[in-house]
Design a protein around this ligand. Structure first.
Ligand code: NAD
Length: 491
């Protein structure tokens, strides 16, 4: 039966393995820092390993940038900003960004595989979501480069200068695209620091930037951990900090930037609620919830990690969710059948495990699918908790894993109160067949993005960002441009 689907003992269908070919992937053994148009050895002399979380085996050694390295990168970015990049016509700047977008499309399969190897996410997701959306961001912002004066009527749109950008590990290339594309379109130069557990697609992007012949210094990539990020935040010659990551680190950065002239945007954590009304299309809603919390291992800032379900349909929804969880395949990220890949790192795996224990200690009832997981690597079965109360930590805190906390509500008001009762306000989802209810709910819920009868849909034209502890500022769309410009009234 090899190579074919077969009927399993419990009567369900098992898929035959469908492995992604990785023979075309070329990774260096050791990566330097990308500064001033070339890869250079770090002044620090230090390297660290990035590992494949599905196998726990090292993929490559990556440079750990110290303060001197960051300083070198910022100087290169300043030189490029004062030199060729700001002297170039905006239309020509746009052409470079279009070129990056096209090259990314051409090399999309290579980027998708590396994203899955380094980050643990299923190839289906990196292939169909991360890489196409990254290219779409470059295409979208390339189009704005020579239209900035029309984007903000009555304003003089001026680049800020050097942008320091720090990104997390859950959507490594996409977060790099969110940051680099608008910054370049507005005429800035950048120093980007990827997360220490997922540096490889950013380094591949550096190769692509070099192949696209961008003037040296316009894009610089410095790898390293939190202290590299700190050096970038504290550098005197950086004009803007764009950070995506946890609320704890975002708060630290905000404190460091207080009283400086640096502009900043912070895209932080979330604890989104999906709210299902009794009149919703239940099967569709269940699929949306599965998509919102279990895919990408729940490593999504706007993940629907809470479910609020109207009491009349709670039993039906929970049963359907459990049935669907049993069909989700947890395993090899490079298998095209895989639904849930590897947890990104040992540290994150430990953190999720601690929350699973905590949820049970808090008195909630835990349910996990019974499907097997591989012996090595970091894995978490899809998990749900029922019998939780609003004050439980698993309801209030971001777990960043495939873990769903379920509560019920009776009235719309109760649904809104529970949905808003967390420190976060990044996203949410409403499931109902009544348009009026959608409008009422979206006005009442304090979240930056609310999806109706769908979840986790992204588009470069649409702004994204949070309320409360989910962040400051917006990325995406026109709002994403204004974050990289000074907009004085035009005289
Ligand atoms: P993290 O805050 O630990 O790290 C994010 C980045 O900041 C990494 O590159 C890290 O090296 C760097 N960093 C760590 N300490 C630093 C410091 N003191 N100064 C400067 N930089 C520092 O977050 P993470 O665990 O990598 O990512 C998960 C978090 O990101 C979650 O909270 C998630 O919700 C959030 N996130 C938010 C969005 C959004 O758009 N709102 C998108 C994706 C992820």
């Amino acid at each position: 039966m090899s190579g074919q689907s077969k009927l399993s003992f419990d009567g369900g269908w098992e898929y035959a393995p469908a492995p992604q070919d990785i023979s075309h992937i070329q990774l260096e053994k050791k990566y330097g820092l990308f500064i001033d148009g070339d890869f250079v050895a770090p002044e620090s002399g230090n390297y660290f390993e990035t590992i494949n979380p599905a196998t726990e085996k090292p993929l490559a050694k990556v440079a750990a940038a110290n303060g001197a390295d960051v300083d070198k990168a910022v100087r290169a970015a300043r030189k490029a900003f004062d030199g060729p990049w700001s002297k170039m016509s905006a239309a020509d700047r746009g052409k470079y960004i279009y070129r990056i977008a096209r090259m990314l499309q051409e090399r999309s399969r290579e980027f998708a595989v590396i994203e899955s190897l380094d980050g643990g996410k299923p190839i289906r997701e990196s292939r169909d979501i991360d890489i196409p959306l990254s290219a779409a961001h470059f295409f979208y912002y390339a189009g704005w480069a020579d239209k900035l004066q029309y984007a903000f009527p009555g304003r003089e749109a001026q680049a800020l200068g050097v942008a320091g950008q720090i990104i997390p590990w859950n959507f490594p290339l996409l977060m790099a695209a969110w940051k680099i594309a608008p910054a370049l379109a507005c005429g800035n130069t950048v120093v980007l620091k990827p997360a220490e557990t997922t540096p490889l697609t950013a380094l591949k992007l550096a190769e692509l930037v070099r192949d696209a012949d961008l003037p040296p210094g316009v894009v610089n990539i410095v790898t390293g951990a939190g202290d590299t990020g700190t050096a970038l935040v504290e550098h005197d010659d950086v004009n803007k900090i764009a950070f995506t990551g946890s609320t704890a680190v975002g708060r630290l950065i905000q404190q460091r930037l207080a009283g400086t002239a640096k502009k900043y945007t912070l895209e932080l954590g979330g604890k989104a609620a999906n709210i299902i009304f009794a009149d919703a299309a239940i099967d569709q809603a269940v699929e949306g919830i599965v998509n919102g919390i279990f895919f990408n291992q729940g490593h999504v800032c706007c993940a629907g990690s809470r479910l609020l379900v109207q009491e009349a349909v709670a039993d039906e929804v929970i049963q359907k969710l459990k049935d669907r969880m049993e069909t989700l395949i947890v395993g090899d990220p490079l298998d095209k059948n895989t639904d849930i890949g590897a947890i990104n790192s040992a540290a994150q795996h430990k953190r999720i495990d601690e929350y699973l224990k905590l949820g049970q200690e808090e008195g909630a009832e835990m349910y996990q699918s019974s499907r097997p997981v591989p012996a090595s690597g970091y894995w978490c079965r899809p998990t749900l908790f029922t019998g939780v109360s609003q004050s439980n930590r698993i309801v209030q805190e971001e777990i960043f894993g495939p873990v769903l906390a379920i509560q019920t509500f009776r009235t719309m008001e109760e649904g809104v109160t529970k949905a808003n009762n967390t420190p976060y306000g990044l996203s949410g989802g409403i499931w109902t067949d009544k348009g009026a209810k959608i409008f009422k709910m979206t006005r009442a819920i304090r979240a930056g993005v609310i999806w109706a009868n769908t979840f986790n849909k992204f588009d470069p034209t649409s702004p994204f960002g949070g309320y409360k502890e989910s962040g400051v500022g917006r990325e995406g769309g026109l709002h994403g441009l204004s974050a990289y410009l000074s907009l004085e009234p035009r005289r």
